[in-house]
Write a protein of this length. Structure first.
Length: 467
């Protein structure tokens, strides 16, 4: 994995040493010798991670960190403070300023490179989620991306593995005092089952566990369907540098050294919970915006964009296998009169009611889309004309048997239905066209009826049931 690393230090020798180590691992390195220059480099070079010295003239590293983390455009950038300062208070101050880690000099190469790679992987994932959200925003489907520092970290749900010594108490008490809910597990299998419920913000795994291999447990958490994005904070001894590097490699997101310092614990937990919720929010927005882009906002059924894509997929499947598909095209009879006599508001209510009745009358594998205006299309995979005709009749009757209640009064509604069964020579648009011709014949034949396209064979066998 390669990435662009910004090194910020006012001592040229420090910069050269770090630059040589990173370039030997094929990272692209840019440098800055002051806080102000670092902000300029971020804007110009768009680094993937920043290695930041604290003690610099003018604008120090803490101020640079706070400035970047306070801007929604750069708040997601990973920042590792690299400094000779080793006091716990300085480390906590850096974490509270938004730094992702705090590495003291002299630098351990293994630990540094493992941390850089881990944070770069996280940054690439964040970039993808942010890009999806920004794309949705350009399409008018979402709002701007907020800064990660604006995300609420309170009331976290934390899973803690009990290692059987004082570590559990040293973690449990401060976090509960900070308002988090802690679920403590002695059994690894029970902990994994809890994580798979998908309700957690963070897992804390002490590397002093005796009953299970903590690295294997972390790997299992990272590979589970509902826990693969769960932040994992490991608790390690100062001497466990090789194991720490391995943990970061398999997807652990942060680490805490023993003896545990309460303020550092709280700062790291808050950071991980905030990041979890930030990523969850981006994923949720993407799913919601994707749904909005494929759903007709008036009726709640799929729109023409989804219909075209889904029908193309169904058509491709049927070219390679002897599988059936029936298409229904339904048009609301005399819909113009509804708008003219009762108003467009009542017309909208009729469209929504028809969409609801269509959904209620379909099989779980079927889908309904609004083609446009007062026309709807139903796609019925694994159903031939015989099954399609029975379903079409059920839908026609459900719509006709009860007037639609609107603000302008009860309105009788009927539909004309055209049915076409998929034929080997069909493309997606041609099967729709044949259903449309059949629907037109239903209109010409008196409306409130079903017409089957001539090439469909209602007596064909092997089409399943309508249930």
């Amino acid at each position: 994995m390669t990435a662009r690393v910004l090194i910020v230090d006012d001592v040229p020798l420090n910069v050269k040493l770090l630059q040589a180590k990173l370039e030997a691992e094929y990272f692209d390195v840019v440098t800055a010798e002051s806080g102000r220059q670092a902000l300029e480099r971020v804007a110009e070079d768009q680094p993937d991670i920043i290695l930041l010295d604290v003690m610099m003239p003018g604008m120090d590293g803490f101020e640079v960190c706070e400035t970047l983390k306070g801007d929604a455009r750069t708040a997601h950038l990973p920042i590792v403070i690299v400094t000779a300062l080793s006091d716990t208070g300085d480390r906590v101050r850096g974490l509270e300023a938004g730094a992702d880690d705090f590495i003291t000099k002299p630098i351990d190469d293994v630990a540094l490179l493992a941390r850089v790679r881990s944070l770069v992987r996280l940054k690439l994932m964040t970039d993808e989620l942010r890009l999806r959200r920004e794309t949705s925003e350009r399409l008018g489907l979402g709002e701007g991306v907020e800064a990660i520092t604006a995300v609420d970290h309170s009331g976290g749900r934390v899973l803690l593995l009990d290692d059987g010594d004082f570590t559990t108490a040293r973690i449990l008490e401060p976090l509960e005092a900070d308002g988090h809910t802690i679920d403590v597990f002695e059994d690894a299998e029970a902990a994994l089952a809890k994580a798979q419920q998908g309700e957690l913000d963070l897992a804390i795994v002490p590397f002093s566990l005796s009953a299970t291999d903590p690295l294997r447990l972390c790997a299992q958490l990272r590979s589970g369907d509902n826990s693969r994005h769960l932040p994992i904070l490991i608790v390690i001894e100062e001497i466990d540098k090789q194991r720490m590097a391995k943990a970061l490699e398999i997807g652990v997101t942060d680490y805490l050294r023993r003896p545990i310092e309460e303020n550092e614990l709280i700062a790291r937990v808050r950071t991980q919970i905030r990041r979890r919720r930030y990523h969850d929010g981006l994923r949720s927005d993407y799913r919601r915006n994707l749904e909005l882009s494929l759903v007709d906002t008036l009726t709640g059924v799929y729109n023409r964009r989804y219909l075209d894509a889904h029908l193309a997929s169904l058509a491709a499947d049927r070219r390679d296998a002897n599988r059936s598909l029936t298409v229904l095209l339904l048009d609301i009879d005399h819909f113009k009169n509804v708008n003219d006599c009762f108003g467009h508001g009542a017309g909208d209510q009729v469209l929504r009611a028809v969409a609801d009745r269509l959904r209620d009358g379909l099989r779980s594998v079927d889908s309904v889309a609004r083609l446009g205006g007062e026309e709807f299309v139903v796609l019925m995979p694994e159903a031939g004309a015989e099954v399609g005709a029975r379903v079409a009749e059920r839908l026609r009757a459900a719509i006709a048997e009860e007037p639609v209640r609107t603000d302008a009064g009860d309105i009788p509604v009927t539909v004309s239905v055209g049915l076409a069964e998929w034929a080997p020579q069909d493309a997606g648009d041609s099967v729709i066209a044949r259903a449309d011709e059949a629907m037109y014949d239903a209109k010409q034949g008196g409306r409130n009826r079903i017409v089957i396209a001539p090439d469909a064979d209602p007596g064909a066998a092997g089409y399943g049931t309508a249930d």
